[in-house]
Design a protein around this ligand. Structure first.
Ligand code: BGC
Length: 381
């Protein structure tokens, strides 16, 4: 009788410990919490993971689209605010076509006419942006459920998300397995590590698509943010936003951000490239590309004092100034996101690389491992 009672109590204790582990993992001032976020139309559950570090910085990520839904960082008075655009619930993300907060892939940005060749074999991927392919197609990595794993081997909260993209998905060859690990470091960095493999030659060029507004108030535009990009050249585009193949000098153009400059200063200048992009929507060719992680961008918002620095090992940076936001997206707290109230800084290989022999290659072959590390670091100035 006592034996049974003891056994029962032990089992109860084990159950309590297990269920606690599922909901929150706590390590010296850091924390991950898991909560149900919603259900997909087919009944599968979507979870939201809240990562916090010792400084109180908080990032929320859902395993649908590997989407960053919330990112709270302090201003110069220590006041936390959410500095990314997003939706109030899963329904918003299900209907989203602006890629708010998502991991995009397999191919971030455009492929002309959705056609490319690998080893003389021609492929046709989904055309979903006029005549071209954009951000992985109709059902890209932003529209699928990822497997989530709380990383317990680090002293900083980390979440690994894995998606297996089957051979032929959206027209891409090969089954690709991609793991994206978000780590919130004690230096107030959101670090994103990508690791991908394939079983057939394919192309892979994923990126992260948060819309930042460092004011923390999405009613404000991003035009007063001050930007530097460490790049002497950019890749001009045609009217469909496909690169012409040229690497053009930024010197003496509105694309020169080598010295810190207000985004709004030249955004409406008479310039064919700005007309094609309806503002900035271009890829910068980062200086000193050597596959190591280094600082390539700073973004400063003078009223709040918030500073974001971007580090990456990628050759390109797509700076998109939220030109297609037009007040039709109803975001968090019912806010209608107006023109240029969020901006993306997408570390990647250049758009349309598969069709541009002079651009760095995006081909991934069996036995190779795709790697990317990109870091968004937050501080005040
Ligand atoms: C692209 C834009 C596109 C947007 C979609 C950006 O990465 O550069 O042209 O409209 O994503 O929201």
């Amino acid at each position: 009788m006592w034996k049974n009672l003891l056994l029962f109590l032990l089992m109860l204790l084990a159950l309590i410990v297990l269920s606690c582990q599922d909901k929150s993992v706590k390590k010296a001032g850091t924390m991950i919490e898991k909560a149900i976020y919603g259900k997909l139309p087919d009944g599968r559950e979507v979870f939201q993971y809240t990562l916090k570090n010792a400084a109180g910085v908080e990032v929320r990520i859902i395993n649908y689209g590997a989407i960053v839904t919330t990112l709270k960082v302090p201003d110069r008075n220590g006041k936390l605010a959410d500095i990314v655009l997003g939706y109030d619930s899963l329904a918003g993300y299900l209907g989203d076509n602006a890629y708010l907060g998502a991991i995009v892939g397999r191919y971030g940005n455009r492929i002309g006419k959705g056609k490319f060749k690998i080893d003389e074999q021609e492929y046709q991927v989904t055309v979903n942006d006029g005549a071209n392919h954009l951000h992985g197609g109709k059902v890209g990595f932003n529209k699928v459920l990822w497997d989530a794993q709380v990383e317990s081997s680090t002293t900083e909260p980390a979440l690994a998300l894995t998606y297996v993209s089957l051979d032929g998905e959206e027209g891409y060859p090969g089954t690709v397995t991609l793991t994206v690990t978000y780590t919130l470091t004690n230096e107030n960095e959101l670090r994103i590590d990508y690791e991908g493999t394939t079983d057939k030659p394919t192309i892979l060029n994923p990126t992260h698509h948060s819309y930042f507004n460092l004011t923390g108030n999405p009613e404000e535009t991003i035009l007063n943010h001050e930007l530097t990009i460490d790049a002497a050249k950019f890749t001009p585009v045609d009217a469909g936003l496909i690169p012409t193949g040229e690497l053009a000098d930024v010197a003496s153009t509105p694309f020169d951000f080598n010295e810190s400059e207000k985004i709004g200063l030249r955004i409406n200048a008479q310039n064919e490239q700005l007309q094609f992009g309806r503002g900035y929507d271009h890829n910068w060719v980062l200086n000193s590309y050597d596959r190591t992680v280094h600082k390539v961008v700073t973004l400063y918002e003078p009223l709040s004092g918030r500073l974001m620095e971007v580090f990456t090992d990628q050759p390109g940076m797509q700076f998109y100034s939220g030109n297609f936001l037009n007040g039709t997206i109803r975001g968090k707290n019912g806010e209608l996101y107006q023109h240029r109230t969020g901006l993306c800084l997408e570390a990647q290989c250049f758009p349309d690389s598969p069709n541009k022999p002079n651009f760095p290659s995006v081909i991934l072959r069996p036995g190779q491992i795709y790697h990317q590390r990109t870091i968004y670091k937050f501080s005040i100035k």
